[in-house]
Design a protein around this ligand. Structure first.
Ligand SMILES: C[S@@+](CC[C@H](N)C(=O)[O-])C[C@H]1O[C@@H](n2cnc3c(N)ncnc32)[C@H](O)[C@@H]1O
Length: 130
């Protein structure tokens, strides 16, 4: 993205990761701004066109998720994008060797909560401990 002319801010917990990003930027003849911090506290300070995350969302503690996503959504420019790669659980990927997946089911359903009609996607997973 930096090579394509975008102003990029890269954030990570690990100084080594940020040093690697800076080194790669130099090798590619571009620059980026880095922020060392915890994704649980990371706030955008000006509207962004793109928020991109690969493999880091799982580090947001459950109780911080709504707050963090709300701030990032509010600080995204109109027509801006969030591109998120997240690790998930999947029925075909074993959670732990001593658990058997008994049943799994995916669904999409209509909801009227808050008075605004919308839809949810959800999955039911039943697993049994051996
Ligand atoms: C799977 S790696 C992905 C790294 C990078 N996004 C990439 O694509 O190369 C996960 C990254 O999350 C960082 N990380 C772990 N805990 C974090 C936290 N609480 N806040 C911010 N970054 C964290 C790790 O240092 C690591 O660089």
């Amino acid at each position: 993205m930096a090579r394509q002319g975008f102003a990029v801010t890269a954030m990570d917990f690990a100084p080594a990761g940020l040093e690697k990003a800076k080194r790669l930027a130099v090798e590619m003849g571009t620059t980026l701004h880095t922020v060392e911090g915890d994704i649980n506290q990371f706030l955008l300070t000006e509207p962004v066109d793109l928020l991109y995350s690969i493999g880091a969302l799982q580090y947001i503690h459950h109780e911080n998720r709504a707050k963090q996503f709300k701030q990032w959504q509010e600080c995204t420019a109109p027509a801006g994008l969030h591109v998120l790669f997240a690790f998930t659980r999947h029925p075909e990927v074993e959670i732990a060797p001593d658990w058997e997946t008994v049943h799994t089911e995916e669904m999409i359903f209509d909801c009227q909560s808050s008075g605004i009609p919308h839809r949810h996607a959800a999955r039911i997973l039943v697993s049994r401990k051996s």
